[in-house]
Write a protein that binds this ligand. Structure first.
Ligand SMILES: [Zn+2]
Length: 266
């Protein structure tokens, strides 16, 4: 396998036996020798229909329940993300709209943002269980609309190819990308690592994120630690650095960098 981020070669990294849950047995993961990105080679080789079945069954197990399997802080994190984004609009750091939430799932985050007065369009290729406006893919890509903010939370870890990632960056070509996924300095090799869910297939390192950050033309970023949310900007504004330094508080930590904020060093 070749690394989908930097095209370097991948070597075996770890394996996990899922014991038949959702039809998964042993899953093998490979690591990029250059950027450290890790991907499941088992999922990468899976027929598309099987991959889609796995996702349907996994997500059906919790969607709409307010609880995500293996992620008990899911709802709390979404509340924090909505609060932080609303505040950053109020303080002039984020533009006010229109926004799109790409891979929004049942729209929990978009719902909250709309209640706070933001104009958020929903897009999800697979899941449309929630209420509200969902855009079709053709409309999303052909609308020619300038999205001021493109939100993408808890999705990068599900992507097996660059196609959806490239789509996200294309949508955010003139705007800000708000992204949440787990990023580490070095992806663990422990089969007991909590993040090895049946549907998590891609694991990003700081180096991999920095490659994407540069390749798609971003210049600076802000990380909100408690919301686990990065904001990638097209411009470099020292006023943002000052804002983060002066507006961070207990439970509300903002970090600015003229690169991808590599906050997690473990
Ligand atoms: Zn790589």
């Amino acid at each position: 396998m070749r690394c989908m981020i930097c095209a370097s070669s991948m070597v075996p990294s770890m394996a996990k036996d899922f014991g038949g849950v959702y039809g998964l047995t042993e899953v093998s993961y490979e690591r990029c020798v250059a950027c450290g990105f890790v991907q499941s080679s088992t999922h990468a080789k899976m027929p598309l229909a099987e991959w889609e079945r796995l996702n349907r069954e996994f997500h059906a197990s919790y969607q709409g329940s307010g609880v995500a399997e293996g992620d008990p802080r899911w709802m709390e994190r979404i509340e924090t993300q909505a609060r932080v984004m609303t505040r950053l609009v109020r303080d002039g750091i984020l533009p006010g709209g229109p926004w799109v939430d790409y891979a929004c799932g049942d729209g929990e985050l978009a719902d909250r943002l709309e209640r706070n007065g933001l104009d958020v369009t929903r897009y999800d290729r697979y899941m449309r269980t929630g209420v509200g406006r969902y855009l079709e893919k053709e409309e999303l890509l052909k609308s020619g609309k300038k999205w001021e903010v493109v939100i993408n939370t808890s999705a990068f870890e599900h992507f097996l190819s660059m196609e959806p990632i490239e789509e996200i960056f294309e949508l955010a070509r003139d705007g800000v990308l708000a992204v949440h996924t787990l990023v580490s300095e070095r992806v663990p090799t422990d089969a007991l690592w909590f993040y090895l869910f049946p549907v998590h297939v891609s694991f990003f390192t700081n180096a991999a994120m920095q490659i994407l950050f540069e390749r798609y033309g971003f210049a600076s970023s802000i990380y909100h630690v408690e919301a686990r949310l990065w904001f990638w900007f097209r411009h470099r504004d020292r006023a943002f650095e000052r804002y983060c330094a002066s507006h961070s508080a207990a439970g509300d930590t903002l970090v600015w960098r003229d690169a991808f904020v590599d906050y997690w060093k473990e």
